[in-house]
Design a protein around this ligand. Structure first.
Ligand code: ADP
Ligand code: MG
Length: 238
């Protein structure tokens, strides 16, 4: 289960409203990409969904239940940070185990989940290494592994590939897409990269200055952009 609904959600920092009233539904199992230029509010929106920021007004529901006031750890969502958020002094195994240790999961269950995540992410041979002994792509997989073991109802990615080089980024895109195919868990993926949006999304949400310009499948947006901004941003011929 992983349906997420935003109902008239707004966010202001001081007197500045960065998210005007916004309605959006992300269906269970969907791969939803938030795309838009830097500063348009993508991270803020993701952090509101994660509960890392409080909404100024409006409601957020997860699987039909109001979660507006639910603390982040109780929302059942997992945020994937960039790979540099790993603990450098801990082994891969300990990095992946960390959220389960915090949640005081039994040791045998921790081991089962680590093994499953390592297998899914091709990290089985690297569990005893430290992040500094891994490639950028492997480190990013560890960051994803740390999210997987929480068995979340949705994964929230904030520009996870932005500090990888171009060649590695293409490979990781495919890996994340394959992971989505396999797990069929809701994923919300923030990027300013149109190519990532077009190749990975079931549904794209195009944002500009906190406003949703258009929501649709990659093909919808390409063939019937609602305005020049969307057309220009998506690279549509229109
Ligand atoms: P994006 O992720 O699309 O680049 P952000 O969500 O980070 O955009 O930022 C959206 C707007 O909100 C920007 O104008 C940014 O300066 C502002 N903003 C974000 N976080 C804060 C904060 N904690 N305090 C004040 N302004 C913020
Ligand atoms: Mg951002």
């Amino acid at each position: 289960m992983g349906q997420i609904q935003l109902n008239q959600v707004t966010k202001s920092f001081g007197a500045v409203e960065v998210i005007p009233p916004l309605d959006l539904t992300i269906e269970d199992g969907e791969f939803c990409v938030f795309v838009g230029p830097s500063g348009c509010g993508k991270s803020t929106l993701l952090r509101l969904i994660a509960g890392l920021e409080d909404v100024t007004s409006g409601h957020i529901a997860i699987d039909g239940n109001d979660a507006t006031m639910t603390p982040p750890a109780k929302r059942g969502l997992a945020m994937v940070f960039q790979s540099y958020a790993l603990y450098p002094h801990m082994s891969v195994r300990k990095n992946i185990a960390f959220p389960m240790k915090m949640a005081k999961l039994p040791e045998d269950e921790q081991k089962r989940r680590i093994d499953a995540a390592a297998q899914a992410l091709n990290l089985t041979d690297y569990l005893d290494r430290r992040p500094g002994q891994l490639s950028g792509g492997q480190r990013q997989r560890v960051a994803i592994g740390r999210a997987i073991v929480r068995e979340p109802s949705a994964f929230l990615f904030d520009e996870p590939l932005s500090n990888l080089d171009a060649a590695l980024r293409v490979g990781m895109r495919l890996e994340i897409s394959e992971l989505h195919e396999r797990l069929k868990t809701t994923m919300i993926y923030v990027t300013h990269d149109q190519v990532e949006a077009m190749t990975m999304a079931d549904k794209i949400v195009v944002l500009q200055a906190g406003l949703i310009e258009q929501v649709g499948s990659p093909l919808d947006l390409y063939h019937t952009p609602r305005n020049k901004f969307v057309a220009g941003f998506i690279g549509s011929p229109k």
